[in-house]
Ligand binder design. Structure first.
Ligand SMILES: *Cc1c(COP(=O)(O)O)cnc(C)c1O
Length: 429
């Protein structure tokens, strides 16, 4: 078999696509140093923006170093990296995120805890508020592990049971499956908008409607969709949502996650971690917990102000790009990856484990091969960084703002070489 050099073969196409890419200049805003030839994990830990280092230094020198404790209640928008107003930062940045990327009107989104902690707080609040006859929490076997574990815990704490929707690992949850799983016993449904393995993009508007028809609430996990696909929480009629900022949004390792609670639910929901930041008139330091009005009742303790500095830089670049252009580039990137995979990886036994229809796909694609684990290890030695997803997945995440088409062609060329050398080793032994 001839072995065409994929890098060369697709390099010309990649160069044309890069030249025509309106978002191409934004790639240079990211830190692109180091030995990485192709970064295929920007959907798991996004690259930092160059401005993030400067913003953190400015924050330390000014907002923190000079303004000191005064920054907590100084007017939002004063100079510096956060602009003061730290007490209001979770809600102020939440509103900005809501407007830019979530389709959420102000007063419904907060930044602060990790996705796991937010999910616990919101899911527990929703289950506690449900009629006791609604004794089921619906989830899918394709929900992210932390989601599954948290819901197991909540079911055990509250005497509810879990009802699992089985999924095709190359696909995701369909409206028909949800319709069959929900009913008068459903308290809450928790699903991912974009599946972490296959990249399947769920029909969130239709599914939300079906859950409501059954009289239950839905919580969307947006970790793999925020910053890669348009989200329209208010228009879907969503009840609750959570998502992280260290994937597409460039918040950095362990950066604060967000929570959305539709305004119509604020009064009725009581979240379980009732700390002072969620109390009405918190600085009165009065006796007894009284939930704050509005979405603030879902806060708990002192917000991670320092860790919100990079998130703000990430939102700034999304404000420039616009999610419509980001989604268009994301579809083009995954389509290019699928095209290369079909032509040069499929003959080596690689199968696509993601939807073929770009409209049903988020920002990553997963390729399946029995030697995936060895191939990913070999790729990493070659400066190509995909993710291994057990048992046989090579996940190729293409963060739209920081990934070029040239990078896709070069990286998949190395995946091919890694497959060839891995297969050779196997056939020699
Ligand atoms: C990354 C991810 C999480 C991570 O939760 P953490 O609390 O940040 O560890 C949760 N859900 C999904 C779907 C994810 O992709």
């Amino acid at each position: 078999m001839t072995t065409p050099d994929v890098g060369t073969r697709f390099a010309a196409r990649a160069a044309e696509l890069d030249a025509a890419d309106p978002l191409r200049p934004l790639r240079d805003r990211f830190v692109l140093a180091g030995d990485v030839v192709a970064y295929f994990d920007g959907n798991s830990l996004g690259r930092p923006l160059r401005v993030t280092g400067e913003a953190l230094a400015a924050f330390t020198a000014h907002d923190w170093g000079e303004r000191l404790i005064r920054s907590w209640d100084e007017e939002v928008g004063a100079s510096g990296a956060t602009g003061g107003g730290w007490v209001d930062l979770p809600a102020a940045l939440g509103d900005r995120l809501g407007a830019l990327l979530l389709g959420a009107a102000p007063g419904q989104t907060l930044l602060g805890d990790s996705t796991s902690v937010w999910l616990y707080k919101l899911a527990r609040a929703a289950v506690d508020a449900a009629d006791p006859a609604r004794d089921e929490i619906v989830l899918s076997d394709d929900d992210f592990p932390t989601d599954r574990y948290l819901l197991e815990g909540i079911a055990a704490e509250t005497g509810r049971r879990l009802r699992w929707i089985p999924t095709d690992p190359a696909g995701g949850v369909s409206p028909e499956q949800v319709a069959a799983a929900v009913g008068p016993r459903t308290a809450l449904v928790v699903l991912s908008h974009v599946a972490y393995r296959s990249g399947f993009l769920a029909d969130a508007a239709t599914i939300t409607g079906l859950v409501h028809d059954a009289g239950a609430l839905v919580c969307w996990d947006l970790c793999h969709s925020v910053g890669s696909v348009p989200v329209a929480l208010d228009a879907w009629g969503a009840d609750l949502a959570v998502g992280c900022t260290y994937k597409y949004l460039g918040g950095g390792p362990g950066s604060p996650a967000f929570a959305y609670v539709a305004a119509r639910h604020h009064e009725a929901l009581r979240q379980p971690v009732q700390g002072w930041f969620g109390r009405a008139d918190q600085f009165a330091m009065a006796a007894g917990y009284v939930p704050a009005p509005g979405v603030r009742r879902f806060l708990s303790g002192t917000p991670p102000v320092l860790a919100l500095v990079p998130v703000r830089a990430g939102l700034d670049v999304y404000a420039e790009a616009g999610i419509g252009a980001v989604r268009a580039k994301s579809e083009a990137l995954t389509a290019f990856a699928v095209e290369i995979a079909d032509e040069v990886l499929a003959p080596l036994g690689v199968e696509l484990a993601s939807p073929r229809d770009p409209a049903r796909r988020g920002g990553h694609v997963t390729l399946r091969h029995p030697d995936a684990e060895a191939v990913v290890a070999e790729c990493r030695r070659r400066g190509v960084v995909p993710d291994f997803r057990a048992p046989d997945g090579i996940r190729v995440g293409l963060a739209p703002l920081s990934t070029s088409f040239t990078e896709v062609a070069a990286g998949l060329s190395e995946v091919r070489s890694a497959l060839v050398s891995t297969n050779c080793r196997y056939s020699d032994s």
